[in-house]
Each structure stands twice: as structure tokens, then as C-alpha cells.
Design a protein around this ligand. Sequence first.
Ligand code: PGA
Length: 252
Amino acid sequence: MSQPKPMVAGNWKMNGLKASVSELSALSKMLETSAAASCDVLVCPPFTMLASFSDQADAEIFIGAQDCHSAASGAHTGDISAEMIADAGATHIIVGHSERRADHDETSTQVAQKAAAAHRAGLTAIVCVGETEQERDEGKTVSIVLSQLADSLPPSSTASNIVIAYEPVWAIGTGRTPTTQDVAEVHAALRSALIDRFSEAGSSIAILYGGSVKPSNAHELMAVDNVNGALVGGASLKATDFNGIIDAYRDA
Ligand code: PGA
């Protein structure tokens, strides 16, 4: 069965103005001049910059959105549909990020509807799961993550239109990361759930780790079994840091 193609994805969250396109150009240049990396590279800017980033990005960089509405169009003031995101030139949509789950009370059922919307528009859904610190302390990490996964994947999911991101909530933006053993345990559990659901094809789905990934810890984290890339917040805003994480997929 084919191995997952790793992905290093940058989630800019609510950061960046028009001028930030210079970081994208800087990243393009670094990708051009560095050794080839054996991973896909994705940048997810705010909605306001999707179209300009898609226009600027060369073939080496995929552009994605950070959320979408589940409907294709209609009376939903302030929302953005997956079709609009596709029209802006993006190829991926992050759904179920813990900041959406926490700040907007998004449930896994809603996340599944958003992932289905991404599929309806022909896009790949990056489905995020992860436990809170309290859930980890209570020993519930694996059960929480597996139930989020089961409830967040819509029937339209296939091995080629989803990427999974495991992001412990307590590791996001805190500088703290789980041990490599803890990451390995969760990723192994996610892998077997994906194989249960998609049979052998489940082996080819990328499972990203996210939460305080930096150039200094990327090599160690990306070397963990069943870790097929990173979802990066803070360190994705600067091309040099993001490129330093991509280094984990370049020959030493
Ligand atoms: P962080 O964010 O890299 O800043 O911890 C990760 C994320 O939320 O995707």
C-alpha cells in the first residue's frame, strides 16, 4: 500500500495583511533554492488573502482556508462557502481546529458537515482532533481523539480527500509538546482507526502533528512513527522558520 505523502501546512490564523504576501514570495524563493523536500507545502492565510496568495503561489505551494460554512451559498451573513474558497484558487480547508471548536462551539457533527462541504467543492479537508489538558490528565486522550475522528469524518471521505491533524489543545501556541512516545501512541491509534474505516487505503492518509512545532523540534517530531507532517501555527508566519520545519523532509 502506498505511503502517505507528508505535508507541512501553515495555519496563519487571524494574522497577516496584504503586505504579508512578501513572506509567501520569500518562502517560494527558499523552496526554489533549497534542496527538494519530500513533502507537500500548504499555506492557509486568512480568507482576505486567499485569492492573492493563490495567484502568487507557484506550483510548489498549495493554498488552503482555515474554515468554511457547510452550505454552498445562501443567507449566511459573514460566512464563506467551500465553493468560494475553491473559486479563490485554494485546494484545502482546515476543519475542526480546536480554536473553532472552543471559540465557536463547533461540534464534531458540524465539523463533518464542513468537511463534506470541502468534498462537495472538490477540496481536501484537513480534519483536526485533539484533547484538552484536563482530558489528557484524566487518561482520556486516545478515546477523545478517536471519537472526534469518528464523528468528524463525513460519508464523502476517501483516502484521497482527507488529511488528519492531531493537535493536543494544550500544546497549541504554548511552546509545550507531548513526548515522542505520547505522539506515537495517538498517531498509532488514529492510523488503526483509519485502516478500520478505509481498509488498506487508510495507510495512505497523512496524519499531521500540530502544536508548537518549530525548526528546533520538527526533526524529532516528524521522525515519529505515523507522523506524516506538521500543522504549524506561529512558526508558519515567518518564511525562514517555516522553511526550517520543511527541512525535516530534506536529506540531511
Ligand atoms: P502553534 O499552532 O504551532 O502556534 O502551536 C498550531 C495550530 O494551531 O495549528
